[in-house]
Design a protein. Structure first.
Lengths: 137, 94
């Protein structure tokens, strides 16, 4: 069992928080258009949890890979990608096939964590530029 | 005749799903190369391990998006599209 690094835990929590924000926005939109029911909520929870778990697992593999030799790191990441894709396939199929989950919200939720990462990257970049301009002044 | 049409629909959906998953190869290779370079960077400057890991995590997650698109398309082609096309076929036949 790999002990998660401080960086991995911090980034996962940050992505999870952003995903929660986007999920709330999505739920609000479904409520506004009058299409909300329990399957929308469950589908959103399922999709977002799967993607946060996928990010955490990727973090663990990256943590393991960055301290390995170059060739071993490549192999670790290729293996990680293959295993995570298979796990994602199984978990998304459950989300699509089981009637408790709305297929549309499961699929939208899969991309929420990517929006979250993009937003976080823009925010970090903005803060960095702000710090640099403050130092210049 | 109807059975043949259904078989063609199912076969085409399966072929499409398989073809879509070719896009899953790229992120695997890309992530591998990126992490290999990250190892090199950490080897040169071990004190930057935290920053490199953070950048790597974000980069890998973004690189994986194309693979995820392919996976979603494949799943939709296998589990959602056949029923939809068969319904369209049924309504067309009447």
């Amino acid at each position: 069992m790999i002990k998660p690094d401080k960086t991995v835990v911090k980034e996962t929590i940050s992505v999870a928080l952003w995903s929660v924000i986007f999920s709330l926005i999505m739920q609000a939109i479904f409520l506004l258009i009058g299409k909300w029911d329990y399957t929308v909520l469950l589908g959103n929870l399922w999709g977002a949890s799967v993607m946060v778990l996928n990010f955490y697992t990727m973090g663990l593999f990256v943590q393991k890979a960055v301290v390995a030799q170059e060739d071993d790191a490549k192999k670790i990441m290729k293996l990680s990608h293959m295993l995570r894709t298979l796990a994602l396939f199984a978990l998304i199929v459950i989300g699509v096939v089981v009637p408790w989950f709305s297929t549309l919200t499961v699929i939208i939720s899969l991309f929420l964590s990517h929006f979250a990462i993009l937003c976080k990257a823009y925010k970090d970049n903005f803060n960095l530029k702000k710090e640099e301009s403050a130092q210049d002044e | 005749m109807f059975e043949i049409a259904v078989a063609i629909i199912l076969g085409c959906c399966a072929l499409g799903a398989g073809t879509a998953m070719v896009a899953g190869i790229g992120p695997g290779i890309g992530e591998g190369n990126a992490v290999a370079k990250a190892c090199e960077a950490i080897g040169r400057q071990p004190e930057s391990k935290g920053d490199v890991t953070t950048t790597m995590l974000m980069g890998c997650a973004i690189a994986e998006t194309t693979g995820l698109y392919a996976l979603v398309i494949a799943i939709l082609l296998i589990f959602v599209a056949p029923n939809m096309f068969i319904e369209i076929l049924k309504s067309a036949i009447g």
